[in-house]
Design a protein around this ligand. Structure first.
Ligand SMILES: NC(=O)c1ccc[n+]([C@@H]2O[C@H](COP(=O)([O-])OP(=O)(O)OC[C@H]3O[C@@H](n4cnc5c(N)ncnc54)[C@H](OP(=O)(O)O)[C@@H]3O)[C@@H](O)[C@H]2O)c1
Length: 329
């Protein structure tokens, strides 16, 4: 495979709105020891890309400054010590950044095979959400069969995966979303109840059911106190974002008296070993279900790489359901 020295990318020309995403050229990165170079077919678009674009989510020091945390494509080159992959292999890859480009490097252990029969556009939409949901809902949150699970933002990229994986593992799934049609999509994915948060009070509904054993929340702000109210005794709250802000005043009494757990995590700064552990668990526990078609990414829309600004505008309009991808090759 001939690898050029330069490639087309979309860069963050300055911090700001979607319009600051601009096509540019950059050197093709070279894989270091333990890394692979991926020739990207499609790149996934995620909310953290918009945070980075706005100047609110700096990439780790050793990562590409380009946005893009996941992609599908083919291995174009391998670094020293990589035995798992060969040039030409089709992969779905978690990236430390740099996905809005024709080529990106990542740790060889953070790529997974494209599930049998899955198209490359769908494969690009897997890693960021499946890694995040797996580590937060199952590894950190310890969700078990029969438990009541609430995920806010059920129609988001993250929410659509959380609903499917929790239902697959036998949980009773409750979710919130901002419209009737979004709620219907959540029910179609396997949620037992989908609450339009503009009309229904999730605290009331969950408490009537005995409380949530686990809540996955991306909203924060005023939802934090309400989430504690909605938890069952011994319930766990896992925080993965703060769309309505991280700063709150809380009465912590019920954390003590009802033995609640508040935790959270963010994927990108985790160690390579931690991401490898998530990848191995996903390959065993989840990838077979993607290959069988029992679960899958929910695809909203596709844009050309050069139109990444339009993709961000759609994501930030919150009109989408599921995942947005960029066609690169
Ligand atoms: N911790 C981690 O490792 C990690 C990794 C990836 C993503 N995340 C976070 O997880 C969240 C979802 O990511 P995504 O890529 O799936 O994003 P997404 O598809 O854009 O989903 C965000 C959803 O949140 C809802 N929303 C937007 N603004 C809101 C607000 N102010 N209050 C309440 N709800 C709001 C919208 O649905 P409605 O119309 O229903 O309101 C929207 O669909 C993001 O906040 C992202 O930063 C965290």
């Amino acid at each position: 495979m001939q690898i050029p020295s330069e490639m087309t990318v979309v860069e963050i020309s300055e911090y700001g709105g979607p319009e600051v995403l601009k096509p540019a050229t950059a050197p093709v990165p070279r894989p270091g020891p333990g890394q692979i170079l991926v020739r990207i077919a499609y790149a996934g678009v995620n909310r953290p890309d918009a945070l980075q674009r706005a100047g609110n989510y700096a990439p780790p020091p050793d990562a590409s400054p380009l946005p893009g945390l996941e992609a599908s494509g083919h291995v174009a080159a391998i670094g020293d010590g990589v035995t798992r992959w060969s040039v030409g292999d089709a992969v779905a890859a978690l990236l430390p950044g740099g996905g809005y480009a024709e080529y990106a490097v990542t740790d060889a252990d953070h790529a997974l095979p494209v599930p049998d029969g899955m198209s490359m556009d769908r494969a690009a939409a897997l890693c960021e959400t499946f890694f995040t949901v797996w580590t937060n809902v199952f590894m950190r949150g310890g969700l078990k069969a029969g438990e009541r699970f609430l995920v806010h933002g059920g129609s988001s990229g993250i929410g659509t995966v959380a609903i499917q994986l929790a239902a697959l593992h036998g949980a009773r799934v409750f979710t919130t979303a901002g419209s009737v049609s979004k709620c219907q999509s959540c029910l179609d994915l396997g949620a037992d109840q989908a609450l339009n948060y503009r009309e229904a009070d999730f605290v009331e509904v969950l408490r009537a059911e005995g409380g949530a054993d686990l809540i996955l929340d991306m909203v924060g702000g005023p939802y934090i106190a309400r989430n504690l109210d909605a938890l069952a005794d011994d319930g766990r709250l896992v925080q993965i974002a703060f769309l309505q802000g991280p700063e709150v005043e809380l009465n912590m009494t019920q954390v003590m008296t009802r033995r609640l757990t508040i935790t959270g995590s963010t994927l990108r700064p985790q160690s390579p070993a931690a991401k490898t552990a998530i990848a191995r668990a996903l390959e065993t526990e989840v990838w077979p279900h993607l290959a069988s078609g029992r679960i899958g990414p929910v695809m909203d829309s596709e844009y050309a790489l050069a139109d990444a600004s339009e993709a961000h505008a759609r994501m930030e309009s919150s009109a989408h359901i599921g995942k947005i991808v960029l066609k690169v090759a």
